[in-house]
Design a protein around this ligand. Structure first.
Ligand SMILES: [Zn+2]
Length: 294
């Protein structure tokens, strides 16, 4: 999924999501980050109410669609599940570059074994990783590119795949957690299927980031029923501890340098990486995290 759904295609999709929301059954559930009930209403988007948890400051849709209806969204709008921090408009070259950047970061922590990519989408990362790891993908609506076809991908939710306990050395979930009906349940499942000392690399929106705090009313990441949960840093830290992960490292999103208007999207913008990584660690912009199963 993309960091910010934008562009011409998005206003049409937004109208259709609003229409779709009228047909969806919903459930009134407490905060997906901390289970806290008290909240403050923030904004109505696509007919859904986004609220902020008073305890952990996460942003979430309340009520939210029932789980059985979520896969429909990605079948109807496959461009919303491309498995990378991309755009509505697909760019295979950008996807391959992002996958390469992410893989080189990951290799600092784990260099061999079985890798599971949740929300693998078009399979850009899955094919890059398959040169080093034994890979497995999961996606509710996979749309693999030619080069990723033939790689094993389970179609459905992670929990439905029922992988054996302690079977992966590394799990990656990039732009996935904001979509999930029950993110704590999925995180527990990841913990179960990771080997001891296994690594989880994940990236999701950040309710404490600059844009989110500046004006949630205009922050395009809040996109229900596609994006249902945007955690605060505190919620993520508390979850990691509660479920049994130890935070190891974090950095700025793979595509962060291309997003700086001042740099015009040039690859030379990687020179700004250390600065962007620092901004991500300070919570000014979103971060990619690596946690280790403790
Ligand atoms: Zn909360």
């Amino acid at each position: 999924m993309d960091r910010e759904l934008s562009g011409n295609g998005m206003s049409r999709i937004r109208n259709e999501l609003t229409a779709l929301s009228a047909e969806m059954d919903t459930l009134d559930l407490p905060c997906p980050g901390c289970d806290g009930d008290p909240f403050l209403p923030v904004v109505i988007r696509n007919n859904f109410r986004i609220v902020r948890c008073r305890a952990c400051r996460s942003l979430y849709a309340r009520p939210r669609p029932i789980e059985a209806q979520l896969a429909r969204i990605y079948e109807k709008f496959p461009q919303l599940s491309n498995g990378r921090e991309g755009q509505v408009n697909d760019d295979p070259e950008d996807g391959a570059r992002e996958a390469k950047d992410r893989l080189s970061r990951l290799l600092q922590f784990v260099r061999t074994g079985h890798l599971l990519d949740i929300g693998c989408g078009k399979g850009d990362f899955l094919s890059a990783a398959s040169r080093i790891f034994v890979v497995q993908g999961v996606d509710v609506a996979p749309r693999l590119r030619q080069e990723a076809r033939g790689l094993p991908v389970f179609k459905g939710q992670l929990e439905e795949a029922a992988f054996p306990q302690a079977s992966f050395d590394v799990v990656t979930a990039v732009e996935v957690f904001e979509h999930l009906f029950a993110p704590q349940r999925t995180l527990r499942e990841i913990h179960r299927i990771l080997k001891p000392n296994g690594v989880l690399l994940f990236q999701t929106g950040d309710a404490d980031s600059f844009l989110a705090r500046l004006n949630p009313n205009t922050w395009t990441y809040l996109e229900p029923p596609v994006h249902l949960n945007v955690f605060s840093r505190k919620a993520l830290q508390d979850l990691a501890e509660k479920i049994g992960f130890k935070p190891l490292y974090s950095w700025s999103f793979d595509r962060a340098p291309q997003k700086l208007p001042i740099l015009g999207g040039r690859r030379s913008s990687t020179a700004f990486r250390p600065l962007l990584d620092l901004a991500a660690r300070q919570g000014i912009i979103g971060a990619t995290f690596v946690w280790r199963k403790g």
